[in-house]
Design a protein around this ligand. Structure first.
Ligand SMILES: C[S@@+](CC[C@H](N)C(=O)[O-])C[C@H]1O[C@@H](n2cnc3c(N)ncnc32)[C@H](O)[C@@H]1O
Length: 321
């Protein structure tokens, strides 16, 4: 039985409105609970390819997806989406984790419940426990600082190394809690930044995003649209720089931008600024508060790889991202 709360799709109305009319084949690179895929089909897509790296997400959807002939499901990372489709009319990415993943203690994403310190969306490769138990203190601190913007990163890394081996989310949450002042009312849980940082490292989220944007460029047909929803400033900066650079506009002062802008534009920006959720959507779904949507339309210029570092992604030397 699925005891987790339903995942409420964020900013899907804005996507459908901006990209209307929805026609042809769309790829939903972050299928999750299938909220975006369903709405794309309802809005008129002839075929939706739902991609998720989490085998459980696809398993949970098997019932209704099996009876929808216009939907195909693929377990894969979106960094390789062009291996599964080409000449697409649209690609959507809704980054981060789903409520289903967060709410299941056994997945180890949440400090709100006790479970194994796992955090692997794909359920393979090194887990969060492997990172905190095996990396040296300096590298753990760099992950916490660079991926979580945790200012107490060194203090927390020292405490982790002193107390390891760690195996549960509660152990990590308690260690972080001891290193930081008690939060004031309205402030986020002290472990929020450390959990985010480890999740980003475990799942190579920034590397995936950089490669996923390039894969979408390769897979979209001329006129096809790329819609990306992000939930924090680093991801939004990466998407913004990618779209601006590939639309032939300066990429926000990056020293790599002049080199990028000499290329024939591969995208046109559908609007210049990111779109946020309306107050009504935020009231109905607090997760929408920090969400930002950017949309770009593919031209017929050839796809070209870009240096992921030009997107401003934080890099921790010594680990995969
Ligand atoms: C925020 S949820 C998407 C929710 C979905 N839009 C919906 O309405 O149900 C993000 C999903 O993307 C998946 N995901 C995250 N990064 C991925 C990647 N690099 N490749 C494929 N799937 C990814 C996660 O496993 C998760 O199921």
């Amino acid at each position: 039985m699925d005891s987790s709360s339903p995942h409420i799709p964020v900013l899907i109305d804005a996507i459908l409105e901006t990209c209307a009319p929805i026609r042809g084949t769309w790829l939903d690179g972050t299928f999750g609970a299938g909220g975006y895929s369903r709405r794309l089909l309802d809005a008129g897509a002839a075929h939706v390819i739902g991609v998720d790296r989490d085998p459980l997400a696809l398993e949970l959807a098997a019932g209704w997806a099996g009876s929808e002939p216009r939907l195909s499901l693929v377990q894969a990372r979106f960094s390789r989406l062009d291996e599964h489709a080409s000449e697409l009319d649209g690609v959507v990415l809704d980054l981060g984790v789903s409520s289903m993943q967060l709410d299941r203690a056994e997945r180890g994403f949440s400090f709100m419940s006790d479970g194994p310190l796992d955090m692997r969306m794909s359920q393979d490769g090194p887990s969060a426990a492997d990172l905190v138990n095996e990396l040296d203190e300096g590298l753990i601190a760099d992950i916490l600082f660079n991926y979580g913007e945790e200012r107490a990163s060194r203090r927390i890394a020292r405490a982790i190394v002193r107390d390891r081996p760690l195996s549960t989310t509660r152990q990590l949450s308690e260690i972080v809690g001891k290193c930081l002042p008690r939060p004031k009312p309205g402030q986020s849980h002290p472990a929020t930044r450390s959990f985010q940082a480890l999740r980003i490292a475990v799942n190579n989220e920034y590397g995936e995003l950089a490669e996923g944007l390039m894969a979408a460029e390769r897979a979209l047909a001329p006129g096809g649209q790329l819609a990306v929803v992000t939930f924090h400033s680093v991801e939004d900066r990466m998407v913004k720089r990618f779209m601006q650079a590939r639309a032939g506009q300066t990429g926000g002062g990056s020293r790599h931008a002049p080199e990028l802008t000499r290329e024939t534009p591969a995208f046109e920006l559908v609007f210049r600024k990111a779109i946020g959720a309306t107050p009504d959507e935020v009231a109905a779904n607090p997760r929408a508060r920090s969400a930002k949507l950017r949309v770009a339309r593919r031209t017929d210029a050839p796809a070209k790889p870009i240096d992921p570092k030009s997107l401003g992604m934080p890099v921790v030397k010594g680990i995969i991202t």
